[in-house]
Unconditional design. Structure first.
Length: 227
């Protein structure tokens, strides 16, 4: 059973993020800490927006920009117009293509009105949203929108707050929750399986997790092979 689907094309079937719940137990891996620019207050106060992507570094000299897409079909993000940005502006994508490197969710985007490298650089780390009513609701009880997972408070089974979900990456072995610890420190990855995450309560903005004791401990160096 899976936990959700990515947002896909407007009005289409794939409106939520698919997350694995079952399967083999994976060893959580440490992750680098992240920093995101603070959203515009007017955007931050809205509860009808769903995160569908994030601009990255400028690409080339003609205004193209890298884009991380969270939609089920990555290039379907260009079908949403306008995209509501975390800086309070709105954008439309004229064209997108897969970025070099082979990751399908990493795109090169041509943004309407952005034609110089300097303008593209100003978009770095700007997050992109669409209005929730443009997406179909999850069609199963065990499915969730990506935007509904990011920002949830993570509690352990004793009820103690241990962190906050900041991302939901997938490196090919199943979906993971990237958790920033309380009060601070590098993020860590927890498999988004029923064994590790028994409770997801979006309405209460909380997750109950059963993480290993060393979840936030730095990875130990691998011993060198003896000669």
């Amino acid at each position: 059973m899976k936990r959700g689907r990515n947002p896909s094309s407007p009005g289409g079937g794939g409106s939520t993020l698919r997350e694995q719940r079952r399967g083999g137990v994976e060893t959580p891996r440490p992750a680098r800490s992240r920093s995101h620019p603070a959203p515009d207050r007017s955007v931050q106060q809205r509860n009808d927006l769903v995160l569908v992507g994030e601009f990255g570094r400028a690409h080339g000299l003609k205004g193209e920009v890298r884009l991380k897409s969270h939609t089920g079909e990555p290039q379907a993000i260009a079908d949403y117009r306008p995209l509501i940005a975390s800086n309070g502006k709105t954008y439309s994508l004229k064209n997108v293509r897969t970025a070099p490197g082979g990751a399908p969710d990493l795109l090169i985007a041509v943004v309407d009105g952005v034609s110089t490298r300097e303008a593209a650089e100003a978009l770095n780390r700007v997050q992109l949203y669409v209005e929730r009513d443009k997406l179909l609701p999850p069609d199963e009880d065990d499915e969730f929108l990506l935007a509904d997972l990011i920002g949830l408070t993570v509690h352990n089974e004793a009820g103690e707050i241990i962190g906050t979900v900041v991302a939901v990456p997938n490196y090919g072995g199943g979906d993971l929750l990237e958790i920033a610890p309380v009060p601070s420190g590098p993020t860590a990855l927890l498999p988004f399986t029923k064994a590790f995450v028994p409770v997801v309560d979006v309405a209460a903005k909380r997750i109950v997790a059963a993480p290993p004791d060393d979840l936030f401990e730095p990875a130990k160096p691998q011993p060198e092979d003896e000669a």
